[in-house]
Design a protein around this ligand. Sequence first.
Ligand SMILES: [Mg+2]
Length: 206
Amino acid sequence: MEKRFKAIIFDLGGVLSVGKKEEFAIGVHEFVAKKLKLSLDQYMDSIDEIYSAAISGTIPRQKVVAIMSKNLNITPKALKEIYFKAYKKNFRRDKGLYHLALDLKKKGYKIAIISDIWCIAKEALLDNRYYKKFDVVIASCDVGSRKTGTEIFKVALRKLDVSAHEALFTDNQKWNLIAPRKIGVKPILYKNKRQFMMQLKKYGVI
Ligand SMILES: [Mg+2]
């Protein structure tokens, strides 16, 4: 019998790249706020709107960096340095899962990443060289849509050259599984590598 699935798509934050602390996103923001000697509230107030627009990719990178630098009262260079440090400090790659992905590729599956991420986090966490064996890597800030909508998944499927029915997507947030399910992608809520492998077995992938 021919296998149903041809592509396995991974989330980045909380899946391939996990927080050292439970609340990893907060870890990054706390780190930056502290460096800039702002309370978390002051910091959040000054980045809130631009930060979510930056993830959605509705504003170009240059403008995002310019507005954030202005709001936080630092140079674009300093902004980038602080965030790079924050992401490197707060995230670590799950090497076990990474190698599972590469094994899936050896077995003939296409592998991909879809991440809701803003430009600076992408540059810090989504290293092109490290993830070069992935067939497709898509960041929300580049495509102008997030995982709560179907568009980003359609872009991925087109690039992977597979139909929705042939793709499996795993994410650690329930709300990111709604849109892919709607278009026929098989969703798996990611908890840990062991649980994910059990799901892959259940679906005849491994
Ligand atoms: Mg995630």
